[in-house]
Design a protein around this ligand. Structure first.
Ligand SMILES: C[S@@+](CC[C@H](N)C(=O)[O-])C[C@H]1O[C@@H](n2cnc3c(N)ncnc32)[C@H](O)[C@@H]1O
Length: 238
């Protein structure tokens, strides 16, 4: 889908995004993000960039692991999603998230950062929406520091045929119906979700794209019967 349509889609559902994520994933989304943080080998002083951060849920999962020498930047090109993330930082002055986390409007395809900057560059349920997958991963790799990690949490297609047929009924029929109803979306925003997942590369193909983008030691793990996968690759130290 073209970038401006993606932006419009997320601005239309921004207010309901977190609630629907929790509801439609039966609260697994938080666990998946915590597992993503775990495999990132983040340290208290790490510099983290979370692209396509949306309402900042993955960025804030990293925040919890940092002390005040580390920081997290969450970037996204949809202002309405970022505003909701920013509201989560409006805590009493002195809260760690206030001191270590910030949100920034930026396109993942042209990140406004120097080469070799971040220890971890992550994306949660976002790279599937970027109009050029390879260019997006190349850009994430460019801003990662040598030895740093590029981490991708994304929906994938379950491998077990029995589970897959049950899950697809939920994913292609029930989820779009409930999502569009609750978010009062007339443009079938929640029908876009299963359609985009079906078109997205499978785990091995995504691993290959990450390697083509210059990452090494790329590995992945499937979670929750293969509904999602977490891929991690390292930027080589030259
Ligand atoms: C499904 S949401 C994911 C939000 C969040 N990362 C999470 O874990 O829930 C996808 C986000 O990707 C953003 N996005 C898509 N393409 C983008 C691009 N080229 N540059 C920046 N953000 C983009 C959308 O605006 C949207 O907020």
């Amino acid at each position: 889908m073209q970038a401006h349509r993606i932006k419009n889609l997320f601005s239309a559902i921004a207010k309901h995004y977190d609630f629907l994520n929790a509801l439609l994933s039966l609260k697994r989304d938080k666990v998946w993000r915590q597992e993503t943080v775990k495999v990132s080998e983040v340290e208290p002083t790490s510099k983290v960039l979370d692209v396509c951060t949306g309402t900042g849920e993955l960025a804030l999962a990293y925040t919890d692991k940092l002390d005040t020498d580390g920081f997290v930047i969450g970037s996204d090109f949809c202002f309405e999603m970022l505003v909701i993330g920013d509201q989560k930082l409006q805590q009493p002055v002195g809260a760690v998230s206030n001191r270590t986390t910030s949100f920034l409007a930026a396109d993942t395809l042209t990140l406004p950062f120097l080469d070799n900057t971040f220890d971890v560059v992550s994306v949660g349920f976002g790279i599937r929406n970027v109009s050029d997958l390879e260019m997006g991963i190349r850009e994430m790799t460019r801003v990662a520091a040598p030895g740093g990690r590029v981490v991708i949490l994304e929906f994938t297609q379950p491998v077990n045929p029995l589970f897959r047929s049950l899950y697809y009924f939920y994913f292609t029929k029930v989820l779009p119906f409930l999502g569009n109803l609750i978010s009062r979306n007339k443009d079938d925003a929640y029908g876009y979700l299963p359609r985009s997942v079906m078109k997205f590369p499978n785990c091995d193909a995504l691993k290959t794209v990450m390697e083509q983008c210059g990452l090494t030691d790329v590995r992945y793990q499937r979670k929750t019967f293969g509904i999602v996968a977490i891929h991690v690759g390292k930027k080589p130290i030259i």
